[in-house]
Design a protein around this ligand. Structure first.
Ligand code: CDP
Length: 793
């Protein structure tokens, strides 16, 4: 399929669909510093809100004295949990059907939890007054380790939940336990490995914040907020705050990175709304970096045991895993309701196996809530890490080359659509060419020779492979919803009389370039150049309803909506053209931007001519209303399943245990490519993220529950210095059900790269007998691994 569709859609690499590698339409405003982010919003009379946060991880609140803060200059209001409780607003639902404190009333349950807020004339007055609030805490033992959470004598964190006597959050399983056990029992080889995917943070450049403006006269709330899902947030505000939905406008302006961190509703947003209602003024709340790192949606925090069964000659038979999931103090995971463990069910990876089973237990701990899909489609990152690490462990056990082992076990092209043993239906894939291309680009055989020579000299060089299949583009709505909202997306297209157009999306870009790529999709379908198509998003008053941008779902869902709405407009344009050219609809042919009479290309009308006629004087064909516009809501029939082959080459300094990523080859297959330049940017960013997670990043806690990663001095994120020049390539296996064959790509690299890097480091350490070491592979961890010690994660 690869080459067929390449020929259909590609003139060459530069022109995948119509306008290919075009520069981003949104960049002129960003490079000139003219972006408009939440913190750029200034309203007349606007007040500022600051949040008092708990200094301890677990404590009963004995008393709060706000009198000194209230008397502080410039202060307009000081609000505590007890005051919110009087209005029934002290608790709010999370996106996972749990509840979370807006402001703590009874207890604080993690360091950094919201306890009270101050509204003042400026930011400084608000912050200064926080220090005058006197809170008396009765400190309790914290539960920091997920394993401790399950012990019978562990302190109960969620005693707010009626009858709750333990820290158990949920159990979940998938696959067939008995069938898997049977396969394991007869397998020649069984390998098991414990793995920890540490708690990491999406750490977007722009922290979270909001400006709330409640107009008491007409009961309207305008809320500018850093959200990846403005429509879903609006509905939830209506349900929680009791403000009628049509009176709420959520505006998500330019957003400085989301990566899943801006999916949940945070207490700060609700506080800003309450503050505006209380003071009658617009109120702004903006987090600082530490607040973002300690209190907003973290990711991962999975303790996993992976087991793999195979024949002696390397045929993988079954995969089994047991996971202990740390969900923090409140279950704030954002995932489709029926999938409490997100899409972890794809842990069978890209392999055709006989059986699979996963059992998961999730617990509460005294850490910030989250479990957000940090640059991945709901826990796929954890799943891919698990399978790609244990496949390497198996290769090690069998003494087989890890590339060869993968090639031997791939799902074959003729098996697609392929139903996995955990029930996922992979739409399309052709794995071997992708793998072979990555190996060719890397010069794989040559690299192995180089490694052998270096090993003989005592040098530590490692080659790591990861091959991933992602599942992106949630719905379909029949089995995917978030708090009852079906995972579909709307799109509206209006063509103005002069042939310029505006397309309105329900998804929301946080930097992915939607203003460009969505204009390209519409341009491809309707022949209006992208420069003449304005893309609007992020304003609930001005865009159709839909579930928003996360889990690489924009292109698979909203991108499909954009293509289909353009086709709907084109169908109407065809009828109008038939009137203009005085032929039947069947006698018309469409060629980029114009209809012409079959066999007579000279007789034609452009889409611009048709737009003018649709709005202009004169009759239209029988039954055709004026105007040239359409709206649809697209419910995907399946997810799309992009895949990729990544190869990483590292050198480890034997004296300092420092890892250097020397080369990284990434071949991605995201189906039809809309804008290769944007795809490369997405891949470069994701790979950089992967280096961060594999080598540097971890939100750690001390035994008292103090967050040790509360600033970018301690929570290390990668810079250009830590990453190599990325070597990217691609194959094209279109999605059979997406109207233009596109699959998502935004998160592929974040998902696929950590196992490639870890596999490379472990490969480098083979001479020391190392089979596994947990992320982040900092010099001290690598040093310990070389010396056969493992420190607790
Ligand atoms: O949902 P999100 O935008 O984060 O992820 P995505 O749908 O994978 O798209 C990320 C960016 O890459 C968007 O600008 C897409 O339009 C673009 N893209 C593309 O050009 N071709 C594809 N096949 C997939 C995405």
């Amino acid at each position: 399929t690869v080459h067929e569709r390449v020929d259909t859609f590609h003139d060459n690499d530069q022109k995948p669909i119509g306008y290919g590698r075009m520069l981003r339409k949104e960049d002129p405003r960003f490079v000139r510093g003219r972006g408009r982010f939440v913190d750029d919003i200034q309203l007349p009379g606007m007040l500022h809100l600051a949040i008092l946060r708990s200094p301890v991880a677990h404590a009963r609140i004995v008393a709060i004295d706000t009198s000194a803060a209230e008397a502080s200059p410039g202060v307009k209001a000081v609000v505590t949990g007890a005051m919110l409780a009087q209005q029934g607003l002290a608790w709010m639902p999370t996106l996972s059907n749990d509840v979370q404190a807006v402001l703590a009333t009874d207890k604080v349950r993690f360091q950094g939890q919201e306890v009270a807020f101050v509204v003042a004339e400026d930011r400084y007055a608000a912050r200064d007054a926080l220090e005058l609030i006197d809170v008396e805490y009765d400190v309790l033992d914290p539960v920091i380790d997920a394993r401790r959470a399950l012990e019978p004598d562990a302190p109960v964190i969620r005693d707010d939940l009626e009858g709750k006597a333990n820290n158990h959050c949920f159990d979940w399983e998938t696959g067939d336990e008995a069938a898997t056990a049977a396969v394991f029992a007869r397998a020649d080889v069984v390998v098991s490995q414990d793995l920890v995917y540490p708690r990491v943070h999406p750490a977007p450049m722009e922290t979270c914040g909001a400006v709330a403006d409640f107009d008491a006269v007409d009961g309207r709330l305008r809320l500018w907020s850093t959200t990846q899902a403005p429509h879903a947030h609006r509905t939830l505000y209506a349900l929680v705050a009791g403000i009628p939905e049509h009176k709420i406008q959520v505006i998500s302006p330019d957003i400085g990175g989301g990566f899943g961190n801006k999916v949940p509703i945070y207490p700060g947003y609700v506080c800003a709304i309450v503050a505006s209602i209380v003071t009658g003024k617009p109120v702004k709340w903006m987090e600082d970096r530490s607040e973002n790192l300690i209190s907003t949606g973290f990711a991962r925090d999975y303790i996993m045991r992976g087991e793999i069964a195979a024949t002696r000659d390397g045929r993988i038979l079954a995969i089994r895993t047991n996971v202990l999931a740390d969900h923090g103090a409140f279950n704030g995971t954002a995932a489709p309701v029926k999938y409490p463990a997100g899409f972890f069910g794809v842990f069978t990876g890209s392999y055709d196996i006989e059986a699979a089973y996963c059992k998961m237990t999730a617990v509460y701990t005294n850490k910030a809530p989250g479990g957000v899909a940090y640059a991945c489609s709901f826990r796929i990152t954890e799943a891919v890490y698990l399978v790609e690490r244990i496949v390497d462990c198996l290769a090690d056990e069998l003494g087989m080359d890890p590339a060869e082992l993968r090639l031997k076990n791939f799902i074959r092209p003729e098996q697609f659509p392929y139903k996995t043993k955990t029930g996922w239906v992979y739409d399309s894939g052709n794995y071997e060419p992708t793998m072979r291309l990555a190996m060719d680009m890397a010069g794989y055989a040559e690299l192995r020779r180089e490694q052998e020579e270096k090993r003989a000299r005592g040098e530590l060089m490692g080659i790591g492979i990861s091959f991933f299949t992602e599942a992106v583009g949630a719905g379909p709505r029949k089995n995917m919803d978030i708090l009852g909202l079906g995972m579909a997306d709307g799109c509206e297209l209006r063509v103005h009389p002069t042939g310029k157009a505006v397309v309105r999306l329900s998804v929301q870009s946080q930097g992915q370039g939607h203003e460009t790529t969505f204009a390209q999709i519409v341009a491809e379908e309707i022949g209006i150049p992208p420069a003449d198509i304005e893309v609007l998003h992020g304003d609930t008053d001005n865009t159709p309803f839909g579930l928003g941008t996360y889990g690489s779902r924009s292109t698979p869902v909203s991108g499909a909506a954009a293509a289909l709405v353009a086709r709907k407009v084109r169908d109407k344009a065809r009828i109008i053209a038939s009137g203009m050219l005085e032929v039947s609809v069947a006698d018309l042919e469409w060629e980029k931007g114009a209809f012409h009479v079959k066999g007579d290309p000279g007789k034609s009308v452009t889409i611009q001519d048709i737009a003018m006629r649709a709005h202009g004087a004169g009759d239209l064909p029988e039954g055709v209303e004026g105007g040239l516009e359409a709206q649809i809501c697209y419910n995907p029939s399946n997810l799309t399943y992009p895949h990729g082959a990544y190869i990483c080459v590292v050198d480890v300094d034997p004296g300092t245990a420092q890892v250097k990523v020397r080369r990284f080859i990434a071949v991605d297959d995201c189906g039809t490519r809309i804008n290769p330049m944007i795809i490369e940017g997405q891949v470069h960013g994701g790979l950089t993220d992967g280096v961060g997670m594999a080598l540097m990043e971890m939100i750690a806690f001390d035994e008292d529950g103090n967050c040790l990663g509360a600033s970018l001095m301690d929570y290390l994120i990668p810079t250009a210095l830590e990453v190599p020049d990325w070597e990217t390539g691609f194959t094209v296996t279109p999605s059979p059900h997406h109207p233009i064959g596109a699959k998502g790509v935004g998160e592929s690299a974040t998902v696929g790269s950590p196992p490639a890097i870890v596999n490379a480091v472990v490969d480098a350490l083979k001479p020391f007998g190392v089979r596994h070491a947990d992320m982040p592979l900092t010099p001290s961890r690598v040093w310990d691994a070389m010396r056969g010690q493992a420190r607790p994660p």
